[in-house]
Ligand binder design. Structure first.
Ligand code: ZN
Ligand code: ZN
Ligand code: FE
Length: 748
């Protein structure tokens, strides 16, 4: 008798019926059962046969499953089995069962909704064992229907028959339903009145509204979207006005790959990613000529596209001629809407809402990814990718809860040899986003029956996550609280996804993070080891005039350098930066600079992009984070190889030396933007390369600056074996993972 234990994503993905059918084909006797780590299989057969059997498990496993490990053990038992059975799940503690992510509609289901003779023809909630909502509907483990928001729908006879038949492709598909018994649509106007729809023509009606230039809200998998015709200038402008979002790019949903190719350049990797069962938003290079409204992503050469991922989106797009804007429904800085009450609070933004009655238990945004030079990177890890299970270098008995940073926040817990990372939560500004943050902690704790021994947070005293950590500590004296430096956590996270624990040179470039000396770091060279780091280089500190305000106004960054260079003579200077201020503002800011009022010191590299954007008049005031970096990308010319001179003084690079040279270039008045931007990028690369040569250690990148595709490409080309946050995020969503590693690594 043999016991085969399989761990990984093997529950809620049709694994047991697969094992059952495979065992029958091998003529094996015994049973399969879910356990706390995955599944156990008892087989009464010879060793050879068991090995052949497990070989086939690896080869034929269900699409959504992921096998982490298979252990075969001989056991003693006198029991004799006459058949092979699927045993009912016992109530045990489901400590390391991986929750499957929400998965886009599969091919078979698509064929069924398009088949007039199928009983689910045009059913907007069709699902099967291989597709549909998972994480967004789960309340607790084990993943059974009674533990999901499908529990209120009583299966009809036909559905029940499919659900119970191991040979059916809906065997144990928890979100199973049909017109008779499953979730249904509801159309509302913005006065909360139900719009009567004849013969269930919901899709036709909503398609008509979109074609007429209306803004509609549609409930998706992990939240609501705001949707409008992406080719209609007036509709897009209306959405921008109502959402108070002047220029931040919108993501576009297109009906198929061919439509995507009309809008953007799509290579093989990108095509695969777009059509994968995760269906993320993929950032692509926009075609010069396309039919989208110019207001979608103004002045930016990239565009985020995705394909329909629910049957509902599919049905709508099939009937529409045009691509649609599909942006998360939220009020700026607030979390994504997931309930009727929340979407009603936004009714001034939309005209009609296509709602449904399957509750979203756990909100989950759309994921955003891009390909660069054979590497995939994430900008936002959410639907389809989360919860994310990351490996720890070793098993731990410590229950660690990491609270991450303050922007693009995520939280994480440790279970055995894994870190379980939450989906992207967003920026922690305002009460509702903080509540949303807390609820994400609760979700992980509830699902994994987890209570922390150790809490890890950032060193920034004003981060909401830090405040919460101290609050939790004050309520429970037994909790250990550990604070981890932000930029070190960035590097640890990239090391972690690459399974590296040796000494490295970390380049941690981002907006800002709290440094050990109380200044705002962000352009750091750190020699990192698994149990600590040394800061060996950074950009020389400059003043952030007006603190937070300076982060939104590139001109304040440039002005800070101009004050350093010109001092009092600034009032005689006329350049783009200076001209963007009134005389009065200039005078006030000069005093602010002189006296250092509300002007924290920073070594941020992200802000240097702002400085350049202001000097060459690409952007003086940003309307969204990272805007100047995105705009600069448009002006890079790979034919320009020149760099600006720079020097290290005690490991410090004084950027005002570079600003001086930029001003000289501007004075030449030739192709200013292209020359300056290209030389700036080349210089940043050269600075990193110089440090790389000096320390001769593996080079690891971390921090939001490395979302910049030009910079990434140049570094990948220049530095052999560069270690990247591959298949992962480089921004602050990575911090929670890095924090957990900082604690674990100390004990290895
Ligand atoms: Zn399916
Ligand atoms: Zn049914
Ligand atoms: Fe950061």
């Amino acid at each position: 008798m043999y016991l085969v234990e399989i761990s990984g994503v093997v529950q809620g993905v049709g694994f047991r019926p697969f094992i059952h059918n495979l065992a029958l084909s091998f003529d094996l006797k015994g049973y399969v059962i879910n356990n706390g780590y995955g599944v156990s299989i008892i087989i009464q057969a010879s060793k050879d046969k068991v090995e052949q059997f497990t070989e086939q498990i690896k080869l034929q496993k269900p699409i959504l499953s992921k096998i982490e490990s298979i252990h075969i053990k001989q056991i003693k038992s006198k029991k004799i089995f006459k058949s092979f059975k699927i045993k009912k799940t016992k109530k045990s503690n489901h400590i390391l069962t991986m929750i499957p992510s929400d998965i886009a509609m599969c091919k078979e289901c698509q064929e069924e909704i398009e088949d007039k003779n199928n009983r689910r023809y045009r059913y907007p909630f069709i699902t099967c064992t291989n597709c549909g909502p998972r994480y967004s509907i789960i309340k607790t483990l084990p993943y059974d229907r009674c533990n999901t928001s499908m529990d209120k729908f009583i299966m009809c006879k036909k559905c029940k028959k499919e659900y119970k038949n191991p040979k059916d492709r809906r065997y144990h598909a928890q979100p199973i339903g049909c017109f008779e018994c499953g979730p249904s649509l509801l159309l509302l106007n913005n006065k909360a009145q139900t719009v009567e729809v004849k013969n269930d023509k919901f899709i036709d009606k909503i398609v008509k509204f979109i074609s007429d230039g209306k803004i509609v809200a549609i409930k998706g998998i992990g939240g609501y979207h705001l949707i409008c015709d992406a080719t209609n200038d007036e509709a897009v402008q209306l959405l921008r006005d109502r959402k108070k979002r002047p220029s931040k790019p919108f993501a576009i949903m297109v009906k198929d790959i061919n439509t995507a190719k009309q809008i953007a350049a799509v290579n093989k990797n990108e095509e695969e990613l777009l059509s994968s069962n995760k269906r993320p938003i993929v950032l692509l290079k926009k075609n010069k000529i396309n039919n989208l409204s110019k207001l979608i992503a103004p002045d930016i050469n990239q565009i985020g596209l995705f394909l329909p991922y629910t049957p509902l989106h599919h049905l709508i797009l099939q009937k529409l001629d045009n691509p649609i804007v599909a942006t998360s429904a939220n009020i700026s800085n607030e979390p994504l809407c997931t309930t009727y009450e929340e979407i009603m609070q936004m009714s001034s933004i939309w005209d009609y809402c296509l709602d449904h009655n399957r509750d979203i238990v756990n909100s989950c945004d759309d994921s955003v990814l891009f390909w660069q030079h054979d590497n995939m990177f994430m900008l936002r890890g959410a639907r389809g990718y989360t919860p994310k299970y990351l490996n720890l270098p070793k098993k731990t008995n410590k229950n660690i809860l990491s609270l991450g940073a303050n922007q693009k926040s995520t939280v994480a817990i440790t279970v055995k040899d894994k870190v379980i990372l939450s989906p992207y939560i967003g920026d922690l500004e305002g009460i509702s986003s903080i509540n949303h943050f807390k609820s994400n902690i609760d979700i992980l704790m509830r699902i994994y029956n987890f209570s922390p021994d150790i809490i890890v947070c950032d060193k920034h005293p004003n981060y909401e996550s830090t405040k919460l950590a101290f609050e939790l500590k004050s309520k429970n004296k037994n909790l250990e609280l550990i604070q981890v430096q932000h930029h070190y956590a960035h590097i640890l996270a990239t090391m972690g996804v690459n399974n590296i624990t040796s000494k490295v040179l970390g380049v941690s470039f981002d907006g800002t993070g709290y440094g050990d000396d109380g200044n705002l770091w962000g352009g750091e060279f750190l020699v990192c080891e698994r149990n600590g780091y040394e800061r060996v280089g950074h950009f020389k500190y400059f003043k952030l005039l007006g603190g937070k305000k300076a982060i939104k106004e590139p001109r304040r960054i440039a002005l800070s350098f101009l004050f350093d260079i010109y001092g009092e003579n600034i009032f005689e200077i006329k350049n783009n930066t200076v001209k963007s201020f009134s005389k009065h503002e200039l005078k006030t800011l000069y005093q602010v600079w002189q006296k250092g009022l509300n002007s924290p010191l920073t070594s941020s590299c992200g802000r240097l992009f702002d400085c350049v954007a202001s000097l060459i008049n690409i952007k003086q005031i940003c309307s969204y984070e990272g805007e100047s970096g995105l705009l600069l990308e448009n002006f890079y010319d790979a034919n320009i190889k020149d760099i600006y001179k720079f020097s290290f003084d005690n490991g410090q690079i004084d950027f005002s030396q570079i600003v001086n040279q930029i001003l000289e270039d501007i004075a030449k008045e030739e192709n200013i933007k292209i020359v300056v931007v290209s030389k700036f990028f080349n210089t940043i690369v050269e600075i990193i390369f110089t440090m790389y040569k000096k320390y001769d250690l593996p080079l690891v990148l971390g921090g939001g600056v490395f979302q910049n595709r030009i910079l990434l490409q140049l570094l990948i080309d220049k530095i052999p074996n560069i270690i990247l946050p591959k298949d992962f995020v480089s921004n602050d969503s990575a911090i929670a993972f890095g924090q957990a590693l900082a604690v674990i690594n100390k004990d290895i």
